[in-house]
Design a protein around this ligand. Structure first.
Ligand SMILES: [Zn+2]
Length: 438
């Protein structure tokens, strides 16, 4: 007891004394620390550069009940900054090794690993946590967990039940820049509200890559995602640093570009498209993870007001940080519960055009949307790429116009996409006059 008392001495100073920054609901007492050590259940998503820092910080800040989820295994190139891993761990699951390391090093801390993708877990799993802290490098994964937390909200007579809110603390880094934000789903702006802050997407809709390439990038992507896995020329995954691999992709993309009359494909462009790696800087991860862990501590203990609600860090030229209050988007597809209305003026507008719009619009940025609609009282799958038998059957719809597919002004299309666990509704505004002419 004596050594335990000393061990958390610094935390006790914050948790057992009042101060000018405490939230009104803060009550200084020893139960605050007990809650962190024994009851407060956290989920850390990602056990990579940010994740290692987060786990270490949270465990040292007294959080004793932590789950971590990551599907990746450890690679040699991770070891310079993902400091919970050693050379002998290469090939093992990140979540598992990270949990073992923390548990063996920090007495009393119980980290439970989940070696899978976040989509493999259901609502019941996510509902058990008090808070979710993300150290992800994927926007799709961020949007998916954002959608999951929004779907857990309970509304009674239009009023949000505050007990159903699971706060999400999101950290992100790219080179020397980073950001941290605190999201209270249903109250503060969600990931999709501020989607247009993310850099323009560098992936292309698969239907375009496969069927109607227009850019040299489309040809390179085609070889990368379709031809390589099929032909498997070197019996291994693509290595962007292997000139033989790049050369193979260069030659095959050139063939495809020639076939479609596309100009401008160079070896350098192939390298750029294939490598597409976000550089990782250990110090940026350390700063962002420290902020996220502090925000988790503040939320769990009420010892101080939370970050409101978006902080940016730029270490490129000196050290610069800035905090501002991002705003909710009134018609946010994820959190507003308002169906999105898409107006189409051209009566010949094709299904493929609509899919490309869903993928390219900065506020939507879908990846491979599957579309169903109610046409003349029947549920009809317009296009679905994720199931190959359905893809084959619905491919011919891509070149049909929306009107030929039986859609009318006011028709609602249900859209499923990897960016969210929920189905979204898109309402069409189509030209009335042309429709009558047809
Ligand atoms: Zn939103």
């Amino acid at each position: 007891m004596g050594s335990d008392h000393r061990r958390w001495g610094n935390l006790r100073k914050v948790l057992e004394r009042s101060g000018p920054f405490c939230r009104p609901d803060f009550e200084p007492c020893s139960e605050n620390l007990q809650f962190l050590l024994e009851n407060c259940k956290l989920l850390v998503i990602g056990a990579g550069g940010l994740g290692c820092e987060l786990l270490k910080n949270l465990a040292l800040m007294g959080f004793g009940q932590i789950h971590v989820i990551d599907m990746d295994t450890i690679e040699l190139s991770n070891l310079n900054r993902q400091f919970l891993f050693r050379h002998k761990d290469i090939g093992s699951y990140k979540a598992e090794v990270a949990a073992r390391f923390i548990n063996s090093r920090i007495a009393g801390c119980n980290v439970i690993p989940h070696n899978c993708e976040i989509q493999a877990k259901d609502e019941e799993f996510y509902r058990q946590f008090h808070m979710i802290i993300c150290g992800l490098d994927s926007i799709v994964a961020r949007r998916w967990i954002n959608g999951m937390l929004l779907s857990l909200l309970v509304y009674e007579n239009g009023e949000l039940d505050k007990n159903s809110i699971i706060p999400m603390i999101d950290g992100g880094t790219e080179g020397f820049k980073g950001n941290a934000r605190v999201i209270l789903p249903g109250i503060s702006p969600c990931i999709d509200c501020t989607l247009d802050l993310y850099p323009p997407q560098v992936t292309y809709p698969l239907c375009t890559i496969a069927n109607t390439p227009r850019l040299p990038e489309h040809c390179i992507e085609y070889v990368k995602v379709m031809q390589w896995p099929k032909e498997n020329p070197f019996d291994c995954a693509i290595d962007g640093d292997d000139p033989q691999h790049i050369n193979w992709i260069y030659e095959k993309s050139n063939e495809r570009a020639a076939q479609f009359g596309i100009q401008g494909l160079t070896y350098r462009l192939v390298q750029g498209v294939v490598k597409n790696i976000i550089p990782a800087v250990a110090s940026t991860n350390a700063v962002i993870a420290a902020i996220c862990a502090t925000e988790a501590f503040k939320l769990a203990s009420s010892c101080s007001a939370s970050l409101n609600n978006y902080m940016v860090l730029n270490n490129l030229d000196g050290v610069y940080t800035y905090t501002y209050e991002a705003e909710r988007k009134e018609d946010c597809l994820a959190c507003s519960q308002v169906p999105i209305v898409i107006e189409i003026k051209d009566p010949k507008y094709k299904l493929q055009d609509l899919i490309e719009l869903l993928c390219n619009r900065p506020d939507l940025q879908m990846k491979n949307p599957g579309l169903t609609a109610n046409v003349n009282g029947k549920n009809k799958t317009l296009y679905m790429q994720t199931v190959s038998s359905i893809e084959k059957r619905t491919r011919e719809n891509l070149s049909k116009s929306l009107i030929d597919l039986g859609l009318r002004d006011g028709s609602e299309i249900n859209v499923a996409d990897v960016t969210t666990p929920n189905t979204m509704v898109v309402k069409l505004k189509l030209p009335q006059d042309d429709q009558e002419m047809l």
